[in-house]
Design a protein around this ligand. Structure first.
Ligand code: IPE
Ligand code: IPE
Ligand code: MG
Length: 246
């Protein structure tokens, strides 16, 4: 088993994204309601944020609620929104203490008014922080994001603000919710599922994928360490040959 000391601080992934999955099954295993899993998932979020900041990760992006998650039972959606409000309130101090800047991606205006307001407040109250950027993907779906970006670019073309020839990857990037983030280096998904579930499809083009068979509430520091060590032992070729890199 590896520890923090085994991590090469000169080769840290700049941007880690996490699909925090398995809260419901974690609770079910214990004979409890799904909401109990979400409550315990919040604790894993807190630990992961603190550990990442301490390690010196620049960008941590957490998939907290997808556009498809709106289709869950109302009681579960309401609980998740209530937990979001409570956590934001509670964590503001810790975010500031750790110099963490909070941001959000997704159709956040579709969140309940209370959650939207609380979110905006923490975003603005941490806006001056210069350490890690913590981005919450809330009511986020990659296809929705791409659709919105395409509409935005199309309307600029229509109004002669940009020409079709000028549309390149940079223009597309600037129209995504994630315009302030670099590409994902390491994508972690918990719970044993091997899928992306509509998360950052454009941004993970060259991310290293790491799937781990623990439910999100059990994800702890040593799992994060193992994920980073695995990342550091891979050769990222970006289409080139191994010989070209060395
Ligand atoms: C992840 O856990 C949290 C959210 C999607 C909000 P799940 O709620 O998906 O838990 P499982 O995957 O059903 O176990
Ligand atoms: C992905 O998990 C969304 C979040 C972690 C917020 P889901 O549990 O919604 O994904 P599927 O339905 O198993 O693909
Ligand atoms: Mg799930």
């Amino acid at each position: 088993m590896h520890t923090l000391e085994n991590i090469d601080k000169t080769k840290l992934p700049k941007h880690i994204a996490v699909i925090m999955d398995g809260n419901g099954r974690w609770a079910k295993q214990r004979g409890k309601l799904r909401v109990f899993g979400h409550e315990n998932g919040v604790k894993a979020v807190r630990k992961t944020v603190e550990n990442s900041a301490q390690l010196g990760i620049d960008f941590l992006t957490l998939y907290a609620f997808s556009t498809e998650n709106w289709n869950r039972p109302k009681l579960e959606v309401d609980t998740l929104m209530r937990l979001l409000v409570a956590s934001l309130r509670k964590e503001l101090k810790t975010l500031n203490k750790n110099n963490i800047r909070l941001r959000a991606v997704g159709t956040i205006e579709s969140l309940p008014a209370k959650a939207h307001k609380e979110l905006q407040e923490v975003i603005s109250k941490t806006a001056e922080n210069t350490g890690m950027t913590l981005t919450l993907a809330l009511s986020y779906g990659s296809r929705e994001e791409l659709k919105t970006a395409i509409k935005g670019i199309a309307s600029k073309v229509k109004n002669n603000i940009i020409s079709i020839e000028k549309i390149d990857e940079t223009v597309i990037n600037t129209h995504l919710y994630t315009h302030f983030l670099p590409d994902v280096d390491l994508l972690i998904r918990t719970s044993g599922e091997h899928r992306i579930s509509n998360f950052l499809l454009w941004q993970i083009a060259y991310a290293e994928l790491y799937f781990i068979d623990v439910f999100w509430p059990d994800f702890s520091e040593h799992h994060l360490v193992e994920a980073i060590i695995s990342y550091q032992n891979r050769e990222r070729r970006f289409g080139k040959t191994s010989e070209q890199l060395n």
